[in-house]
Write a protein of this length. Structure first.
Length: 204
């Protein structure tokens, strides 16, 4: 099994590849955007062991390597950097250091979620962001009402409360802001109602 130490960056990656048959180590710089990196891993004899530091924007790469039949380990970036003997860092040295940790069985491997778990995380993040948007929309409408002397708090979201907001004598960009916020709120409420109907049909 070949072992690959990979210093991953969003647009490119530096790799150090150990071939156990020859004992040789090859160093390469691969560009991600033009397909060079993907071609390299497709041509790499499977299964190979690939190690990278935990970093952002690498999900596509992890999934690609797994789909091609390789094994990929994600390491604790802080522990990898703490294990450096030299202070000076370069990309080729980073890849070589990751390779060395893999070969010496000292790679600080992290637990990684499955594809299904990653997908569920995206759902949770998406819903959390939607709730944040709804909160901002409601806060904006509350401030518009308060600035016109209307203090209804949670009652502002009833049919009568929204009617008060719609009838407020506003001009210019303030009126435009009200229209946009009400449109966003109505869209959110339709989405929420549709989600409840789907949940009821599933018997949840």
């Amino acid at each position: 099994m070949k072992i690959v130490g990979c210093d991953f960056h969003p647009s490119w990656q530096q790799v150090a590849v150990f071939d156990p048959e020859t004992g040789e180590i090859a160093e390469l710089k691969l560009v991600n955007g033009d397909g060079e990196a993907e071609r390299f891993y497709r041509e790499l004899e499977a299964p190979a062991l690939v190690g990278i530091e935990a970093c952002g924007n690498s999900q596509w790469f992890i999934e690609l390597v797994e789909q091609l039949g390789h094994v990929i380990w994600v390491g604790d970036a802080a522990k990898i950097r703490a294990s450096y003997v030299r202070r000076q860092k370069t990309d080729w040295r980073d890849a070589g250091h990751i390779l060395k940790l893999l070969m010496e069985n000292r790679f600080p491997r992290l637990w990684t979620p499955t594809a299904e778990q990653r997908d569920l995380r995206q759902l949770l993040i998406h819903r959390h962001k939607l709730v944040e948007i709804r909160t901002r929309v409601k806060n904006g409408l509350q401030h518009l009402a308060l600035n016109r002397g209307i203090q209804k708090h949670s009652r502002l979201w009833s049919v009568r409360g929204r009617a008060y907001i719609e009838k407020l004598p506003l001009e210019g960009w303030t009126a435009r802001r009200r229209e946009d916020l009400l449109r966003l709120l109505a869209s959110w409420m339709r989405r929420q109602l549709a989600r409840r109907k789907i949940t009821r049909r599933r018997g949840c």
